[in-house]
Design a protein around this ligand. Structure first.
Ligand code: UGA
Length: 396
């Protein structure tokens, strides 16, 4: 099993910096960057439930973050953007562990706003990596399954069934296929983190999430965001508004979906197992929920019809990728994780929940939060959606 092993102890050179390594403390402070986003809003309550943990929750908005009263005293909300002056210095001075979730991880942006995507997923985070290394802070960074690219290929270019941390190549498309701007930025940040681990003593774990789904994912267009959200919210929007569910290029692409609750359980295990997980790259995903996007549409329609039997029967319709996402879009044709390494390092953790078990609660949550706003006339809709911003934690 490949792990980053430090070749040289010592501090990395920080341009113009005079940062010194700070002593560890006995109580543990975990900074969650992107705490107000989808995954952050599930992770922070799970961490806050633990005695002896203080959570420094950082984001630009916290509308999605609800912490039960029993854990609220352990959570400090710090409303800020990572680029604000002094914020990264403050976080790395105060936290023992930094969980870095912030990202622009919506495929509709990769070919339409690639410069912002590259900055959010690479440029803005390099200083965080350097500060964590310089100050001896443990970094748990969320990368993406997209680093594997279009499909799973081994070192000889042969197809693999699963994407594997140790043996799968990272095969992105041409530069003109701007879809891969995101994956390239994420991959380069992984390499920066790895190099700091090997050459500058950084303690890190890199997580590659595979299609995490659950309540509070993304946004609904016209209510609390604009544009095209990821497929779950896209299909929910279509279901709630009575529009056709659009299958990009016919919906033959395949994904494996993992429940956010099981995913968060794995992240907590990573935090609790520094010896096993330091210097490691881990896929986190499901080995049981692989299906095509067309099959996902059918499953969501079936679950929606249970929740809203009176609604008109939803329909699906194919749409060319170029029409749906614009020039420069490309796609992963099949994306299924190898989960053996995570199972070994995380004490037998395994994602077991089936899609059909997850969908009813997810659909109920979207209906509760959005149905009235979606069906309201436009001015009322804008008012209903006001204040439900995305924050920075829109991690993939
Ligand atoms: C995205 C991010 O790029 C990943 O970093 C992230 O790990 C992943 O989501 C995730 O949710 O964890 P992707 O799976 O391509 O990757 O994102 P989606 O927007 O959810 O699309 C999934 C598939 O559904 C794609 O093939 C897309 O073309 C298709 N799709 C999407 C539709 O057919 N119809 C829609 O309305 C939306």
């Amino acid at each position: 099993m490949t792990r980053a092993r430090p070749r040289k102890r010592g501090l990395p050179a920080l341009a113009g910096g005079s940062i010194t390594r700070l002593p560890s403390r006995t109580s543990s402070t975990i900074a969650v960057l992107g705490a107000g986003g989808f995954i952050g809003s599930h992770l922070v309550p799970a961490l806050a439930a633990r005695e002896g943990t203080s959570v420094l929750a950082v984001d630009s908005t916290f509308d999605k973050l609800v912490v039960p009263a029993s854990g609220a005293k352990r959570v400090e909300r710090r409303q800020a953007r990572l680029g604000d002056t002094g914020v990264l210095e403050e976080i790395t001075a105060r936290a023992d562990v930094v969980v870095s979730l912030t990202a622009l991880c919506n495929p509709a942006l990769y070919n339409t706003r690639p410069l912002e995507v590259i900055d959010a997923n690479y440029t803005d985070l390099v200083p965080l990596v350097k500060l964590c290394a310089a100050r001896g802070r443990r970094l748990i960074h969320f990368s993406t399954c997209e680093v594997y690219g279009r499909q799973a290929l081994d070192r000889k270019g042969r197809r693999q069934r699963q994407m594997d941390e140790e043996s799968t190549m990272l095969c992105l498309g041409p530069v003109a296929s701007e879809r891969w701007s995101y994956a390239a930025a994420k991959q380069l940040l992984e390499r920066v983190i790895w190099a700091h681990g090997v050459h500058a003593g950084l303690r890190f774990t890199i997580v590659r999430p595979f299609n995490v789904i659950g309540p509070r994912m993304d946004f609904i267009p016209g209510v609390d965001g604009e544009g095209i959200p990821r497929v779950l919210a896209s299909f929910m929007h279509a279901l709630m508004t009575g529009q056709d569910l659009l299958l990009v290029d016919g919906g033959r692409q395949r994904r494996a979906f993992v429940d956010v609750g099981e995913f968060v359980d794995a992240v907590v295990r990573i935090i609790d197992r520094p010896r096993a997980c330091d210097g490691q790259i881990l896929n986190l995903g499901s080995g049981v929920n692989e299906l095509s996007i067309a099959a996902l549409a059918r499953a969501m329609i079936a679950a929606y019809r249970v929740a809203r039997p009176e609604a008109p029967r939803p329909k699906v319709r194919p749409v060319p990728a170029r029409v749906f996402y614009g020039e420069g879009y490309d796609d992963s044709v099949r994306r299924v994780p190898s989960v053996g390494k995570a199972e070994r390092l995380l004490g037998g953790w395994r994602a077991r929940r089936k899609l059909a078990e997850m969908l009813p609660a997810i659909i109920e949550d979207y209906l509760r939060r959005y149905e009235a706003a979606v069906l309201a006339p436009p001015p009322a809709r804008a008012a209903a959606g006001r204040g439900r911003g995305q924050g920075q934690g829109v991690v993939g």
